[in-house]
Design a protein around this ligand. Structure first.
Ligand SMILES: Cc1ncc(COP(=O)(O)O)c(C=O)c1O
Length: 373
C-alpha cells in the first residue's frame, strides 16, 4: 500500500525523507478478551506486528524502513549485517534489500537450530535471496558490539553500508519510535485504551529503545517493560543509551528538560525469563505460546515472544499488574517464509536443511538437531 502515511510522518515531516515505505499499513490492536476472561480480568491487549510487510512481517520491517531508506539515500549497492544463524533481522534484510536491488553480505554466528524450524527457514531463505553468508565463530556479543571489526575484510568503496546486529542503530530504532506514534494515533481514535504497561522482548534492545524514544517525544507516561530473552541481550543501560541517541536522531534532546518526569515513559528490563539461553524454550514460554494459541488463535514463537509473554502473564497476576490495561507487542513474523524458497528446497520437509550449500552445512553440522516442540 504505497499511500500509507505513518502518523510520525504527519507530526515530524522530516521523517518522511528518511523512510523507504515497506509497511503495509498500521498493524492491528487486538483485545485479548478470551485470554483476559480466562485470567479473571478484561484489559489485556495485543499489538500485532506479525504482518507488517508483504515479503515478511514482524518488527524488523519497521526498522528496515529507515535502515534501507538511509542506505538508499547514500546510493549503497550492498548491505553488510550480522546476527545469529537464522536471525530474523538477517532474513528480513535479505528480502527487502533484494526488493530494491541491493546485495547483502551476512556474518552469522552459530547457535543450536532445529532442522525445519523458523531459524533454519530464515537461513535457507537468506541463502535463496542470494546473500553471501559467512559463518563466523565470534560470540554473538562481539558481532553486536563490534561487527565492523568482523567485517573488516569487506572491501569498502563507499557503496557498502553496514547495519548492526538486530538493526538496532538509532536510525533503525526510529522504526519503533514511529510505532509509538502509530499506537498513540490508535488510542486517540478509541481503538485501544491507553495501556498502563507495554511488554516487549529484548534482543539487541532496538524495539524497546525506539518505543521509549517515541513515547518520550509524545510525552506519554507509559510503563515499558522489556524482557531479555538471553543472557547476552541488551541491558537497561544499553537500551537507555540507544533511546537517547534515537531521540537525538529525530532532533529532540533526551531526556527532554522541559517535560515533567511524570509525563514521560518509564522503562524496565527484566532478566528472569530467559532460562538456559537463546532459542531454548522455558516451561513458562511454552505455556505462554500454548495459551495464546488456545484462547486467541494467535501464534507466538519460543525464542522471543513466548518468553516476553511469559513475563506479561506473570506480571498481570500481581497486584501491580492490576493498575491498568496491559498491552503485549507481538514482534514475531507471521508470514510463512517458505514461499520464498525454490520448490525443490521447500519440498524437503521438516527434517532437512535443503538448499544450503555444503560449505554452510558442514560448518553447522554439530549445531543442527531435529525439530521438537
Ligand atoms: C521476533 C523478534 N522479536 C523481538 C526481537 C527483539 O528486538 P530487538 O533486537 O530490537 O531487541 C527480535 C530481534 O531479533 C525478534 O526477532
Amino acid at each position: 500500500m504505497r499511500d500509507f502515511v505513518p502518523a510520525i510522518c504527519r507530526d515530524l515531516p522530516r521523517v518522511s525523507e528518511l523512510r523507504l515505505p515497506l509497511l503495509s499499513g498500521e498493524t492491528p490492536v487486538i483485545h485479548l478478551s478470551r485470554l483476559a476472561s480466562r485470567l479473571g480480568r478484561s484489559d489485556l491487549w495485543l499489538k500485532n506486528d506479525a504482518a507488517t510487510g508483504k515479503l515478511c512481517g514482524g518488527g524488523k520491517v519497521r526498522k528496515l524502513e529507515f535502515l534501507l531508506g538511509a542506505a538508499r539515500s547514500r546510493q549503497a549497492s550492498e548491505i553488510v549485517t550480522f546476527g545469529g544463524v537464522g536471525s530474523n533481522h538477517a532474513v528480513a534484510t535479505c528480502l527487502y534489500a533484494r526488493s530494491i536491488g541491493m546485495n547483502v553480505r551476512l556474518f552469522l554466528s552459530p547457535h543450536p537450530l532445529s532442522a525445519g524450524g523458523i531459524a533454519m527457514t530464515n537461513l535457507q531463505v537468506s541463502h535463496a535471496c542470494g546473500a553471501r553468508i559467512s559463518i563466523v565463530t565470534y560470540p554473538h556479543r562481539v558481532l553486536r558490539e563490534r561487527g565492523w571489526q568482523v567485517a573488516g575484510r569487506v572491501r569498502r568503496d563507499g557503496t557498502t553500508v553496514s547495519i548492526p546486529s538486530g538493526g538496532s542503530s538509532p536510525v533503525g530504532c526510529i522504526g519503533y519510535a514511529a510505532a509509538a506514534f502509530e499506537l498513540c494515533a490508535q488510542i486517540a481514535r478509541g481503538q485501544v485504551p491507553r495501556p498502563a504497561t507495554i511488554f516487549v522482548p529484548v534482543g539487541s534492545g532496538g524495539v524497546l529503545a525506539g518505543l521509549h524514544a517515541g513515547f518520550a517525544i509524545l510525552e506519554s507516561p507509559i510503563e515499558l517493560v522489556g524482557v531479555r530473552i538471553a543472557r547476552t541481550c541488551a541491558t537497561a543501560r544499553v537500551v537507555a543509551n540507544l533511546s537517547a541517541r534515537t531521540m537525538r536522531a529525530l532532533g529532540f534532546t533526551a531526556p527532554p528538560a522541559s517535560v515533567h518526569p511524570r509525563a514521560l515513559p518509564t522503562m524496565r528490563v527484566m532478566s528472569g525469563f530467559y532460562g538456559v539461553g537463546y532459542a531454548r524454550p522455558t516451561p513458562a514460554s511454552r505455556h505462554a505460546v500454548q495459551l495464546l494459541e488456545e484462547t486467541e488463535g494467535i501464534q507466538l514463537e519460543n525464542t522471543y515472544t513466548g518468553k516476553a509473554m511469559a513475563a506479561a502473564l506473570e506480571y498481570q497476576g500481581r497486584k501491580r499488574g492490576r493498575r491498568g490495561p496491559i498491552l503485549f507487542w507481538n514482534t514475531a513474523n507471521g508470514v510463512d517464509l517458505r514461499r520464498h524458497l525454490p520448490i525443490s528446497d521447500s519440498e524437503h520437509g521438516d527434517h532437512d536443511c535443503g538448499g544450503l550449500p555444503p560449505r554452510i552445512r558442514s560448518r553447522l553440522r554439530r549445531w543442527i538437531h531435529p525439530l521438537h516442540g
